[in-house]
Structures are given as C-alpha cells and as structure tokens.
Design a protein. Structure first.
Length: 388
C-alpha cells in the first residue's frame, strides 16, 4: 500500500486530519486498531472551543454539531458561593459548544467513509520505520496478516498508548501524575443546570456536565486507584449531592446511570513532536487532566497546524512550516498544560494538603471571582488559545 500521509489512529486527531487533507487534495490512509463501534462509543471529552467549532464547520463536518450541539456562554464555579463566568463578556464574544467527541468522531467517520481515503478499522500499526528517510513506512497487521504502508509522511494520532512516539529518538518527556482521578457517569436525566458547574468542596471536586437536554454527564473526584464498580449508583448520587450543595433552593436531579468509569489524571508532554517525516499529534504527544476540557481541542490545533504546513509545502515547495510544526504546537500545548494544571489544583482537594494550601486554594478562587483580570485569564483559556 502507498499513500502521501499515513495516519495512525482514528480518534478525533486522526479523523480530523484525514478530513483536512482530503479537502486540501492530499491523499491519506487511516489505520485504526479498534473497530468502528468502539471508536464511536468511547466516552471522553465533551467541550469544543470556539476555534474547534470553526475548524469543523470549515471542514464541512459541522452540520450535525450546529443542529444538535449546545452553545454555552459560561460556566459556574461553585465553592463557598456560586459564581458564573461570562465568556462573551470577558473574551469579546467567544463561547464554547457542548458536543461529545463521540459525536465528532461519528460525523468524521461518516464523511471519511463517504468521500475520503481508506479508513481501516481493526488494523494495528506495529511500528513506524524509516522516519528519518524520504520514504517512511508503517508496518501493520490486518486480519492476521502483516503488511507495510509506504508513505511520504506519517502522523502518529495513536494516543498515549500508541506506537508512533517510540519512533522519535531522544525525546524528552515532562510529566506529572495526580493522587486522584474522576469517577464519571452518564445518566438518563435532564441536567440540573443549564451550564457546566465546577464545584470545589472539602469532600472533593465534582463536575456537572451534559450530553443533551435529557442526558447528564457528571464526575466525582476519587482516589486514583478507585474501581468504578465499587461505587453504587445511590452512593454516587449521594456524594454528588453533597459536593454540589448550595445555600439556595438549587437541587440535583437523579436518574438511571447508564455508564460509569474512572479516568486517571495526568499531565504529560513529549518533545519534540516530530522526527524527520514522522509527526505526532494529539494524545500521542501530550495529555492534560480533563479539568480544563483541553484534550480534544489541543488535538485539533495540532492537526490543523500539520495540514496547513503540508499544504504550504505542496503549494510552494517550502518546508518552513513543517520545520516549525513542533515549536508551533508546543507553544499552544504548554499554555493548555498550564491552564489544565491550574484548574486541577484550584478545584481538587489534594490528599495531604496542609491547612495553608487549603486557604491558598480558597484565596485563588476568591481572586478569580472578584478580579476581572483574573477571571478573564480563565475565560480566555477555557474558550481556547489561537491555533498556529
Ligand atoms: N495502531 C492503530 N491505532 C491505534 C494504535 C495502533 N498501534 N494505538 C492506538 N490506536 C488508536 C486508538 O484505538 C484510538 O482510537 O488511536 C486512537 C487514538 O485516539 P485518542 O486516544 O482519542 O487520541 P486523539 O485522537 O489524540 O484525541 C485526543 O480527544 O478523545 C478525546 O479528550 C480525548 O484527549 C483526547 C483527545
Ligand atoms: C465532559 O462533558 O465530558 C467534560 C466537560 C468539561 C470538562 C471535562 C469533561 O472539563
């Protein structure tokens, strides 16, 4: 097999990259180890930055998002009091879209199968070879048979556990793990608030999010090694209710839980994001704790930057944007890492935190909710950093 761009992974990064390249007249092949049902069902992110929304619309992949997505103009920070962060007022009109990455993937898969190049499910990339040559290759296994995909470029969109990163020699990694994770649930009940609620409570962090007007998505901070099945539905709702407590008449609606899982927390960056003709994008290169809702949006920025750079080279012969790819992406990545770390340490009760650190956390919250400058930093970061 032969193509211009070999893409490993059919998550948001790989699927959007294939779409962007198709629209630019550049052929690609996507290799995905799991089956289509797994990719379309995997519950992960839910918030699209303004820039991501614009990219999906521009790529012709925004029609259902515009029909079914929920535009949100703010979030609530809940601690000793309730404080709404007004995004448009603080950012000159920016907002975010609530539209799950499962739906983004479904839309992109449908487009790729209808109009795009080969999207091979149940096809596992085994190794990237010859990244430092003009003809990199992806060795893969499909239906028990090993084969090779000859490419001009390879983009590793294969997530944190993928193979592409290992083909970048002498990479530097920067990492932080957290002593807690998120127990996430999907519930068939209308969200109890019309916007997201981030609650900082002495018992731990809680997040109220949503998937539609009738499906809620909620998270609870739990110890890192928590087994989701060890939490009964009733215990989950009781704990959520305690952490979202207010001194007004707000209440948390309950309903049947249809899915529960524990997400570990990690900050991670691999530098550089390129070696020769191999490029890394999305979770293959960086991980953020989900508190800032940045994971998918960073992946979008990476693949937009690569598609722009390759299109530029195809049009002009110049490699300068490809040569700048890693530095361009990493500048935005590190801003998102900083914001995600700040949001995580702002809102979670770290086990073993000293009374001084607890007071510091409340002082940070007090500052953000009483200073327009501090609140603007949060609103600008949450609604998204410019791409490229
Ligand atoms: N061969 C082929 N496919 C692979 C391999 C491999 N060796 N290893 C992993 N994959 C596939 C996975 O099955 C997965 O579908 O690569 C894909 C990686 O997708 P994601 O993990 O979703 O990563 P990415 O596309 O970068 O998305 C980044 O989007 O899902 C949200 O918030 C989430 O931060 C995440 C963001
Ligand atoms: C989600 O809806 O899954 C979600 C929303 C906001 C976050 C993290 C996850 O910060």
């Amino acid at each position: 097999m032969r193509t211009t761009v070999g893409i490993i992974g059919a998550g948001p990064a790989g699927l959007l990259l294939a779409r962007l390249l198709h629209n630019a007249g550049i052929d690609s092949v996507v290799l995905e180890s799991r089956d289509r049902a797994y990719v379309e069902r995997r519950q992960r992110a839910g918030i699209l930055e303004q820039g991501t929304v614009d990219v999906l619309r521009g790529a012709g992949a925004g029609e259902r998002m515009d029909r079914e997505g929920l535009r949100h103009d703010g979030i609530e920070l809940r601690f000793a009091r309730r404080h709404r962060v007004d995004f448009p007022a603080l950012t000159g009109g920016r907002s975010v879209m609530v539209y799950a990455q499962t739906e983004v993937c479904k839309d992109l898969i449908a487009l790729q199968l209808k109009e795009g190049g080969p999207l091979l499910f149940e096809t596992e990339a085994l190794a990237v070879e010859g990244a430092d040559t003009q003809r990199p290759r992806v060795r893969f296994r499909r239906e028990g048979v090993e084969d090779v995909l000859e490419c001009d470029y390879v983009v590793g969109c294969d997530g944190y556990w993928g193979v592409a990163r290992s083909a970048v020699p002498d990479g530097r990694t920067f990492e932080r793990t957290y002593p807690f994770g998120w127990l996430g649930i999907l519930a068939d009940v209308a969200p109890s608030h019309d916007e997201l609620v981030y609650a900082r409570h002495d018992r731990g962090f809680a997040l109220l999010s949503m998937r539609s007007p009738s499906v809620s998505r909620l998270y609870l901070q739990v110890p890192a090694d928590t087994d989701a099945d060890s939490w009964s539905d009733e215990r989950i709702w009781d704990e959520l209710e305690r952490r979202f407590e207010t001194d007004d008449d707000w209440s948390l609606r309950r309903g049947p839980i249809t899915q529960k899982s524990v997400t570990p927390m990690r900050s991670y960056v691999h530098e550089p994001m390129r070696h020769g003709r191999l490029f890394l994008a999305g979770d293959a290169a960086h991980i953020v704790p989900p508190t800032g809702a940045k994971g998918l949006n960073l992946a979008v920025g990476d693949v937009v930057t690569f598609a722009r750079a390759l299109t530029h080279r195809t049009a002009t012969g110049s490699e300068d944007l490809l040569d700048a790819y890693s530095a361009t992406c990493l500048r935005r990545v590190w801003q998102a890492e900083r914001f995600s770390y700040d949001m995580t340490t702002l809102l979670h009760t770290a086990p073993g935190a000293t009374p001084f650190e607890d007071r510091l956390q409340l002082a940070r919250l007090d500052r953000i909710t009483s200073s327009r400058a501090a609140e603007t930093d949060l609103a600008e970061a949450y609604t998204g950093f410019p791409i490229g």
